[in-house]
Design a protein around this ligand. Structure first.
Ligand code: ZN
Length: 133
């Protein structure tokens, strides 16, 4: 793994959260994107080399809605950049990690992404992401 690519934060109201994080970072988000397959709205802030991704549920079926039904707003996942996501999935499965889906999917911000189940990573939802071509 190369570095922390971004930290994902689950929020109830992305417009309000955008204002809060704009004040925090001293600059606005650079991108807003809806990921239809996940039923989430996202916005991205650049903070030095890292990014913060805000996530708001678009429907009650969204993983973010289910998360916020059980947890308060806050850190939802940490994403790590990888060069070859398929090779990393294979390596980590061999190490005993469980993935939420077996194949990488198209995520926000032009990435291929895969999530490791928090049960196999001490409660942390880990996202692997590779730049999509
Ligand atoms: Zn993410």
């Amino acid at each position: 793994m190369k570095k922390i690519e971004h930290i994902g934060i689950a929020v109830k109201d992305i417009n309000k959260a955008n204002e809060t994080f704009k004040k925090l970072f001293g600059k606005a988000h650079y991108k807003v994107e809806t990921v239809e397959s996940e039923q989430v709205s996202t916005s991205f802030f650049e903070v030095g080399e890292s990014k913060i991704e805000l996530l708001e549920a678009q429907s009650a079926d969204s993983a973010i809605a289910k998360y916020l039904a059980k947890n308060r707003e806050g850190i939802h996942h940490i994403a790590f950049a990888v060069n070859d996501i398929n090779a990393e999935i294979k390596r980590l499965k061999n190490e005993g990690f469980t993935f939420i889906s077996d194949e990488p999917k198209r995520g926000a911000d032009n990435k291929l992404v895969a999530f490791i189940h928090p049960k196999s990573a001490n409660g942390l939802l880990v996202e692997l992401c590779q730049d999509a071509e």
